[in-house]
Ligand binder design. Sequence first.
Ligand SMILES: *[C@@H]1O[C@H](CO)[C@@H](O)[C@H](O)[C@H]1NC(C)=O
Ligand SMILES: *[C@@H]1O[C@H](CO)[C@@H](O)[C@H](O)[C@H]1NC(C)=O
Ligand SMILES: *[C@@H]1O[C@H](CO)[C@@H](O)[C@H](O)[C@H]1NC(C)=O
Ligand SMILES: *[C@@H]1O[C@H](CO)[C@@H](O)[C@H](O)[C@H]1NC(C)=O
Ligand SMILES: *[C@@H]1O[C@H](CO)[C@@H](O)[C@H](O)[C@H]1NC(C)=O
Ligand SMILES: *[C@@H]1O[C@H](CO)[C@@H](O)[C@H](O)[C@H]1NC(C)=O
Ligand SMILES: *[C@@H]1O[C@H](CO)[C@@H](O)[C@H](O)[C@H]1NC(C)=O
Ligand SMILES: *[C@@H]1O[C@H](CO)[C@@H](O)[C@H](O)[C@H]1NC(C)=O
Ligand SMILES: *[C@@H]1O[C@H](CO)[C@@H](O)[C@H](O)[C@H]1NC(C)=O
Ligand SMILES: *[C@@H]1O[C@H](CO)[C@@H](O)[C@H](O)[C@H]1NC(C)=O
Ligand SMILES: *[C@@H]1O[C@H](CO)[C@@H](O)[C@H](O)[C@H]1NC(C)=O
Ligand SMILES: *[C@@H]1O[C@H](CO)[C@@H](O)[C@H](O)[C@H]1NC(C)=O
Length: 645
Amino acid sequence: MQLSPLQSRLAASVIASCLLLAIYLFLLSPQFALAAELSSIPIDHETEVDAERWNPEQMLADGVEALETLDIRSDTYEPVFAPFDRSIMGRAQTGVKAMVNNAPVKMNLEPSSWSTFVFEVSSVSGRDDSGNTDGVRELRRELNVSQNPKDEIYGVGLKIEDDVGVQPELAKRATKTLWISANTCIQPEPDSDKTTMTPPQLTLFVSTSKTNTSPGPLAPPNQQEFRVFDEGAVMWNTTLSEDVYFTVSAPNVSTEFSSRFYNVEIAASVDQSYHSYGEKTALYWVDSDANATLLMTGNLTNSSGEAIATPPYTMFAYNQDEKAVVGVRNSFCGLKLYAQIGGTRSSLRTDMMRTGMTTRGQQNATRQEFYFNGLNSSTSYTGILAREPGVNALGKRDGAGGGGAVFNTTQFSTKDSGTCTIIYNLTFCDQTAYAVPGNTSRFADAIALASFYDDYAKSVYDNFNKAMQQIPCDTGTTAKYSLVRGCSDCKSAYKDWLCSIAIPRCEDFSKMDKFLQMRNINALFPDGHKVDENITAAYGGNKAYNSSRVPRIDDEISPGPYKEVLPCDDLCYNIVQSCPSSLGFSCPVPGMRGFNNSYGHRAASGDSNVTCNFPGSAHIVSRATILTVPWVVVVVLMGSVLLLT
Ligand SMILES: *[C@@H]1O[C@H](CO)[C@@H](O)[C@H](O)[C@H]1NC(C)=O
Ligand SMILES: *[C@@H]1O[C@H](CO)[C@@H](O)[C@H](O)[C@H]1NC(C)=O
Ligand SMILES: *[C@@H]1O[C@H](CO)[C@@H](O)[C@H](O)[C@H]1NC(C)=O
Ligand SMILES: *[C@@H]1O[C@H](CO)[C@@H](O)[C@H](O)[C@H]1NC(C)=O
Ligand SMILES: *[C@@H]1O[C@H](CO)[C@@H](O)[C@H](O)[C@H]1NC(C)=O
Ligand SMILES: *[C@@H]1O[C@H](CO)[C@@H](O)[C@H](O)[C@H]1NC(C)=O
Ligand SMILES: *[C@@H]1O[C@H](CO)[C@@H](O)[C@H](O)[C@H]1NC(C)=O
Ligand SMILES: *[C@@H]1O[C@H](CO)[C@@H](O)[C@H](O)[C@H]1NC(C)=O
Ligand SMILES: *[C@@H]1O[C@H](CO)[C@@H](O)[C@H](O)[C@H]1NC(C)=O
Ligand SMILES: *[C@@H]1O[C@H](CO)[C@@H](O)[C@H](O)[C@H]1NC(C)=O
Ligand SMILES: *[C@@H]1O[C@H](CO)[C@@H](O)[C@H](O)[C@H]1NC(C)=O
Ligand SMILES: *[C@@H]1O[C@H](CO)[C@@H](O)[C@H](O)[C@H]1NC(C)=O
């Protein structure tokens, strides 16, 4: 068909208009594209939520603290970085809160609601690794960076390490990690009349995809990842190369809960996970009595010379029947509220835990110990070691992991009768910390009982020390009694042995383990009942069973019947090996009369039970090196046999 000049002019202008419109749409109308995409999102009916309840403004208003901590800059904050164009930087959408490095946001979440955040990659670009978290200073630093002559090599903004100047920042930025973490601080409370259900957990959704800037239960699953909170905590990490969008979403909560909202603290950090949980850190259960227990961390320093300013750890504990804490056991702020011992909501006394530093145990290293009292007898407890926010493993305040860290749990239980009393923090027997035969009607106070034992051991040691003064110790090698051992070895071997002998380690009479030795069986239990008649009939006439190892214990403490964890035999052999033979020490050998009532053997390797008593022993011990002494060394019986039954 032939077009008239007018028609062809019209066609040309129509085509030109269409092209212009196409160019306009292509260049300037991202909103249209976004709208089209949103409406095409398929709705997942399983996770469908009540859209009416989702009111971000209301949620923000609910989170009172959120208003204080949240930097609501997303609408007005437009950072201007010289090297970047605005279109590259992007900008948080309305309703999405911009998250600042290491600045936690605390907010309330109603059931079936959620809140979305963005961590913009630009908010940390050019950031140095000195822990500077001041956004404003960072901006200036960024602007000022071109004054560094080295920058000319890499271009503006690609800062190289100031002094060392090895790695271009670009290489580092490519591998920068973003940690997202959150803790549930308040969870719904079941109405105890209606349900025994534990509260459901929150969920974290994360999207690093530009096409999904509002991750959550409604967004396409293939454009996001999610992680359900584990006992009130979640940790997530990703390589930080794009803006990261993330959402914390609350599930539908049954109406059988009397309070139904959550309070959650959420944080993003490029330094380390702000909140952390699950890491294993040694926490040893040392021993307990009917009302108290003692726990201890592993060594915190390698040498005793290193002082630790603040005790770095704290502890929470709860009894096995306790339900309030279920659901927040990995959350520091949750434990602080709900834990039976250590939580502010608990009706129990707040002074049940005492803590301090100690060098007891192997290697003279510093450890932290925890003493709990006011516990119920015959009860199992779970202890949770945690680190206060902003304190590092050496107790220094360095702002690390500002949300606190929750470590793995340790179980412990209390004894059933009041015969045994736990003592610790002794002056002379400084390695002694375990339950000893006690009597609450004579020694109501564990501290008085501790000094009774300690003073007794010290007086015996003083006599020994006098004998030692007759021995040439610090003379030349020709006069010394041994080339390999000196008097200090002998003294410390004697002290280890003496503290284990003079301060018997006490167990409940009801314990049936083979390595336990019955003591004082003719006495009455604290509640007035007697040992089974068949037992007293068989053993009541035997001194090894009807009395304590040290007569003074029966005279002055007069404990009920108990069982003793016998001292380890190697403590005795160590004296024989370390001390001059003129002192006449020798040990009984297995098979000799009295041996089985006097000494125990260490558990086989791999068995964590304490089968015999030694300085610094705990329920779980790292294996100490055991001195093995050939039996022949031990035979000469010159004087005192180290046998006390
Ligand atoms: C929550 O669950 C209850 C029943 O379990 C249901 O009636 C209610 O509509 C749900 N709410 C939402 C927001 O899905
Ligand atoms: C830029 O850096 C120089 C020296 O490094 C400093 O003296 C100057 O005050 C800085 N300027 C700004 C705006 O921070
Ligand atoms: C990131 O998380 C994974 C588990 O999802 C973990 O194995 C990895 O160690 C974490 N990386 C860092 C640097 O924490
Ligand atoms: C603690 O460690 C035990 C085994 O060592 C493990 O079974 C348990 O899941 C851990 N608990 C936590 C909270 O990580
Ligand atoms: C303890 O010593 C080990 C190895 O000797 C070392 O790796 C570690 O950093 C030291 N710890 C402290 C707290 O000094
Ligand atoms: C604690 O002692 C062990 C065993 O010697 C050692 O390997 C470890 O490095 C010490 N830990 C610390 C934190 O010093
Ligand atoms: C041990 O005793 C010392 C004083 O003798 C005291 O300062 C410290 O707090 C005690 N440790 C504990 C855990 O009670
Ligand atoms: C343990 O540390 C104390 C205090 O620093 C020191 O006096 C003592 O000699 C040390 N003991 C050993 C066995 O290193
Ligand atoms: C001890 O038992 C009572 C009664 O069962 C309970 O209320 C209390 O919380 C328990 N205390 C501890 C520390 O377990
Ligand atoms: C301490 O233990 C005894 C059992 O020996 C028990 O009768 C008493 O109730 C306990 N005290 C507390 C405060 O739980
Ligand atoms: C004591 O021994 C007798 C005879 O061996 C036995 O019948 C009785 O049940 C035993 N008593 C207890 C409490 O075990
Ligand atoms: C160690 O203790 C556990 C629990 O108390 C017990 O079941 C086990 O038999 C003990 N092992 C030995 C060798 O006594």
